[in-house]
Design a protein around this ligand. Structure first.
Ligand code: SF4
Length: 330
């Protein structure tokens, strides 16, 4: 039986040590000829119980793969995932099932993530059934409670997903994730498919649930604006690597990495009096099969120098828990 340490608010819940997830890009027989898509490449970080960590980056930067690797939906190529003191990567099947109950995911698309042939009640009850939680009557009662918790009504359990709006469907997805009393929820672009006004409602709901239930979130998004108000810390990823990570609004007020600065300059400014200098990135994101030498961002960085092409910058703490990987930052 898996013996998980009890973790109090503020203590370390999850630690990633040099985590890598590579996918084979060809079927070469000789090891030297094999190529890999380096979706997640040497990520180390620590997540505190009760906090929200925002993870941001362009499509293909590896943030969703990182979430799926933490969930063990993808097997890590190398490195460690330590959850509540237990190394997840070495767990047996039964222990993995117990751990999976504690870590849940809310998917991006509320339309395709709910089975259209199942009633909302069956959708929410399914994870409880899989984890053998409660009797049928207890599960039925719990579905009603969960629907109320996410702002819907118990009688909605009898309806089908197509009878709901996008925002309501995402509330159903949240209720499903909460059904098995998780500690950590990975919100994988959970509001990206919703209208802006609905995004705010769902973000407020997630914040309310976090306070009430003591949840910890990893909130994955492709823009910094979405994660700003929900995150205690924000990490920025580029081509499988973490390039900047800071507490609070550190990356917004004092962005150190040129890539983060470019992302911030892309956030729309609501005050027409303020003019924000846009930093437009040139070129496309390079292939993760053959990433650029040295700093992976050097092909698009306006400050790239010879050193950037030769050596990879170390991801280091430059003070106050503000980490960055850039040769320019002393
Ligand atoms: Fe730009 Fe060089 Fe810093 Fe990379 S290390 S972000 S190329 S200045």
């Amino acid at each position: 039986m898996l013996n998980l340490d009890t973790v109090k608010a503020g203590e370390e819940l999850l630690r990633l040590e040099n985590l890598k997830k590579y996918y084979p890009a060809n079927k070469a027989l000789l090891v030297k000829d094999r190529k890999y898509v380096k979706a997640v490449d040497d990520i180390s970080l620590s997540l505190r119980c009760g906090e929200t960590m925002g993870l941001v980056g362009e499509s293909g930067c590896g943030k969703s793969t990182l979430g799926q690797t933490i969930l063990c939906l993808e097997k890590a190529t190398a490195g460690k995932i330590i959850y509540r003191g237990v190394e997840v990567t070495s767990l047996k099947k039964d222990d993995m099932r117990e751990l999976r109950r504690e870590i849940q995911i809310i998917f991006q698309d509320p339309y395709s993530s709910l089975n259209p042939k199942m009633t909302v009640g069956s959708i929410i009850a399914e994870p409880m059934l899989v984890h053998h939680m409660g009797s049928a009557a207890q599960r039925y009662r719990r579905v009603g409670e969960l629907l109320e918790l996410v702002g819907l009504r118990p009688e909605h359990a009898k309806r089908y997903p197509h009878e709901f709006s996008g925002g309501q469907r995402q509330r159903i997805g949240i209720a499903r994730a909460l059904a098995v009393d998780p500690k950590l929820i990975i919100c994988d672009e959970a509001v990206s498919a919703l209208d802006v006004s609905i995004q705010a409602q769902v973000l407020n709901l997630l914040r309310k649930l976090q306070k009430e239930l003591g949840l910890t979130y990893i909130f994955i998004a492709h823009g910094l604006a979405v994660v700003k108000h929900i995150s205690n810390r924000v990490g920025v990823m580029y081509l499988g690597k973490m390039v900047e990570l800071a507490e609070g609004d550190g990356v917004y007020k004092n962005a150190l990495h040129p890539y983060t600065r470019a992302l911030i300059s892309a956030i729309p400014e609501p005050d027409p009096e303020k003019v924000r200098q846009r930093e437009i990135l040139v070129g496309d994101v390079p292939s993760p099969v053959d990433p650029p030498s040295g700093c992976r961002f050097h092909t698009r960085c306006p400050h790239a120098a010879e050193q950037c092409r030769q050596s990879e910058p170390v991801f280091r703490d430059v003070g106050g828990g503000h980490f960055v990987a850039c040769h320019l930052v002393k």
